[in-house]
Design a protein around this ligand. Structure first.
Ligand code: URA
Length: 230
């Protein structure tokens, strides 16, 4: 957001006062005096007027978690363990999930306090491929791959799913790549064939694969180059 808009959104300043603050060089963003009203203020920028901190510059944080089965993709839940309960971190209240998984789905989950980053990753326009390992109750037919590539009609949302790639691994196991994240999407795609998904595990999101060294329930900070994949 532009610094002039950031300041005039605060109840204490009107636009005229903001213009003056900038002209009088009383505004600092990340320690530097700014007078250009177009200067960008990011979620993690520190903004000061005179010596008062109006937004404190906190660090952006990014993690990958190996989600275990039996926990909910929520920050709080009155009944069940949540993925954030797995974090041993005093500032975990800041964190949120970039791309949910169902209660018993396992695998790669990204957790951050950077809203712009998680929005980029999850917004439908990004079409980020997500790869799942799937095991089913019945044999997976030869006709599934073509149907998934053509799309499956979801009556509830009145839409047809984007082309998805299915690779058969065994009679009842496969790898599926989808670019959306509709509610229970994989289960509903197999549900089209009345075939129940018994195991679902997310292996990767875009270029980022789950780190093999992480056991279910473990997490680690993302490396700089991993953060920049999105
Ligand atoms: N599709 C599902 O059905 N469940 C998940 O957890 C993820 C994708």
């Amino acid at each position: 957001m532009r610094v002039d808009r950031f300041l005039s959104n605060l109840p204490r300043y009107n636009r005229q006062q903001v213009r003056l603050l900038l002209v009088e060089k009383r505004v600092r963003v990340d320690g530097k005096i700014v007078s250009d009203p177009h200067t960008e203020v990011l979620e993690f920028s520190q903004v000061e007027v005179d010596d008062e901190v109006l937004q404190s510059g906190k660090a952006a944080r990014y993690f990958m978690l190996h989600k275990p089965p039996g926990c909910v993709s929520a920050t709080r839940d009155p009944q069940h363990m949540t993925v954030l309960d797995l974090f041993d971190d005093p500032d975990k209240d800041d964190l949120h999930i970039a791309g949910r998984l169902d209660f018993n789905t396992t695998g790669l989950m990204l957790i951050t306090n950077d809203g712009a980053w998680s929005r980029r990753l999850t917004q439908p326009q990004t079409k980020l491929p997500k790869v799942y390992y799937v095991e089913t109750e019945q044999d997976i037919g030869a006709d599934y791959a073509l149907q998934f590539a053509e799309g499956i009609y979801f009556a509830f949302e009145d839409l047809t799913t984007q082309p998805a790639q299915l690779e058969l691994l065994g009679p009842r196991s496969a790898r599926l790549s989808i670019v959306e994240g509709r509610y229970h999407q994989v289960k509903r795609m197999f549900g089209f064939f009345n075939n129940k998904v018994l195991r679902l595990h997310r292996e990767s999101m875009g270029e980022l694969a789950l780190d093999n060294a992480l056991k279910p329930g473990e997490y680690r900070a993302l490396r700089t180059e991993e953060i920049h994949l999105f």
